[in-house]
Design a protein around this ligand. Sequence first.
Ligand code: NAD
Length: 247
Amino acid sequence: MENAGVKALAEILVKNKGRAVALTGAGISTESGIPDFRSPGTGLWNRIDPMEYLSVEALYARPETFWKYFAEIFGPTLEAEPNAGHLALAKLETAGYITGVITQNIDGLHQKAGSRTVFEVHGHLRTVHCQSCGRTYPLTEALARLKNEPIPHCPECGGRLRPDVVLFGDMMPVAFTQAVAAVERSSLVLVVGSSLTVSPANSLAFRTPHLAIINREPTPADGRADVVIREGAGETLSAVLKELGLA
Ligand code: NAD
């Protein structure tokens, strides 16, 4: 663990206390056993092209394949538990350092860890909705239906169900507008576990006067960051909590 980086991160959090917001990506959840997209060797991208299989186009043109991959990739995620990184961000919010978390993740682990203000800019895995009548159901119900039908249908009207996640090609939800406002109210964005390559969520890292990044691989925003730590999210954030006297 690189001590100078941890000290610098703690310092910038103190300087921007109450005016900072976290921006997380799939990298914060790899320590909970959920593969990200781009980590070399283990990321989903090594197996499939998510832009092809998890897109609006795939949902409409190849719904059976879409649901097969969606269930295979994200079904196990429903059982995951938060790790030290998620718990540390919840603590930083409770202690008043950050005002909340903007997450690109759909796994719900920030809420499970106790974060109260969470902007889910790519939706979530809690529910699906019917594309015909709009009724909402738990995702678990749709996944259970897949045992008997290749595409899950609405039990009320027979319309097709779709997950409440933002697929490649979808419009951004209102949570994204709220996230932009949260960044504009802040003076520091703390990026944790994101390659900052998915647009427009990555643009949030370019709208802030101060930027800190914890990510194992380099990101396109490293050059404008005040602090960059290329280590694991859980151990880094745990060390920052210690430095701040919160652990
Ligand atoms: P990404 O896969 O593009 O990048 C993840 C980054 O995290 C990589 O650069 C990797 O080096 C880094 N990383 C991995 N493990 C780490 C760790 N333990 N500590 C620190 N860094 C670590 O992810 P992204 O930027 O979030 O973009 C991918 C898109 O995929 C997002 O839209 C996200 O919604 C979606 N996605 C979500 C989940 C989830 O909900 N958990 C999982 C896979 C993909």
